[in-house]
Write a protein that binds this ligand. Structure first.
Ligand code: C2E
Ligand code: CA
Ligand code: CA
Length: 300
């Protein structure tokens, strides 16, 4: 009797509590769904209103210290003054089936920015490619269209994460082979953070390996012990890939990377991502100061 009494007493208390919990969860789920759909809608409106821009981050040559290219990174500054982080809107665009049109929009923005640039060949222009676009029927044509609008001095580098390469390796490999034959280059982005098998890495048509920032962060001092970074750099060399270090912020990191023959570097130490209107003059100034140095060396 006391057990029945106990259960009944608790039911009176637990019944309303579980109802309240269910209602709260239902409310939160509805809010999440409506936010998700409204973000997709906002992305569509943002494209139509010209709210997206491209910033260009310098990629420098460790041997010469010169800027040898840039990575194009998308930015969304909304008309209400708010900025949305790329990781947020790129993910939303991927989930909502908008990434192909957003990347086509990115390509048209790049085309407009880069058209007037006079760059020294080869100037590597990195663009980030999302997995659903790589798998889409329009991918090869979209890339070739952008390639066709760029000056011959510009070399288009398709930055693709390990995750995207693993998803449908056969399709990705065939498309990338074709694009490489037509003058594009391919980089594995964020290397070391995914789960790309080494045999797969060997079989794919690749040119560059971009070491993720987390491994560069492990270079805390000139004497730091960095077994994983050492292995990645050695692996890249064995696979005859050109290595790019991302997220370089300090001079001792640069020294280490030069010593270990890492060819290219990118990070706040060299330059932050900049709007086209700032990047191009910055690049020209870097080039002209280097030309002055050569003239000075040449002259008696
Ligand atoms: P990612 O491709 O690895 O791009 C490099 C990110 O690291 C950029 O962040 C850049 O601003 C940041 N970064 C560069 N150097 C440093 C540094 O020295 N310190 C620190 N703390 N950060 C540094 P961002 O622009 O916020 O982009 C984040 C990610 O969003 C990108 O990572 C990329 O995966 C994605 N993304 C950005 N733009 C695009 C795009 O146009 N298309 C696609 N599909 N993805 C994009
Ligand atoms: Ca990238
Ligand atoms: Ca990266």
């Amino acid at each position: 009797l006391s057990l029945l009494h106990y259960i009944l007493r608790n039911l009176v208390f637990l019944g309303p509590l579980s109802l309240l919990l269910t209602l709260t969860m239902l409310y939160m789920w509805r809010r999440w769904v409506s936010r998700k759909f409204s973000l997709a809608d906002e992305i569509r409106k943002g494209m139509a209103a010209g709210e997206f821009r491209v910033h260009y981050q310098p990629v420098c040559d460790t041997a010469t210290g010169t800027c040898s290219g840039a990575e194009a990174l998308m930015r969304w500054h909304r008309s209400d003054g708010r900025s949305i982080a790329p990781v947020v809107f790129i993910r939303a665009a991927e989930e909502e089936g908008l990434i192909v049109s957003l990347t086509q929009h990115l390509f048209s923005l790049i085309e407009a920015d880069v058209r007037a640039w006079k760059v020294t060949a080869p100037f590597h222009l990195g663009v980030n490619i999302a997995s659903p676009h790589l798998m889409d029927r329009s991918f090869t044509a979209d890339v070739l269209r952008l390639r066709g609008t760029l000056d011959a001095a510009v070399r288009l580098v398709l930055e693709i994460t390990e995750r995207s390469l693993v998803e449908d390796t056969g399709t990705a490999s065939a498309k990338l082979h074709e694009l490489r034959q037509k003058g594009c280059q391919v980089a594995v982005d964020d290397f070391g953070t995914g789960y790309c098998s080494l045999s797969l890495l060997q079989s794919l048509p690749l040119d560059y390996l971009k070491i993720d920032k987390i491994f560069i962060d492990s270079l805390t001092s000139a004497e730091a012990d960095t077994p994983v970074l050492d292995t990645i750099v050695g692996l890249s060399r064995r696979l005859a890939l050109t290595t790019i270090a991302e997220g370089v912020t300090a001079s001792h990191q640069v020294d280490w990377l030069i010593k270990h023959q890492v060819s290219y570097v990118q990070g706040y130490y060299y330059g932050r991502p900049m709007p086209a209107a700032d990047f191009y003059p910055w690049y020209r100034e870097k080039c002209s100061s280097l030309m002055d140095e050569f003239v000075a060396v040449d002259q008696p």
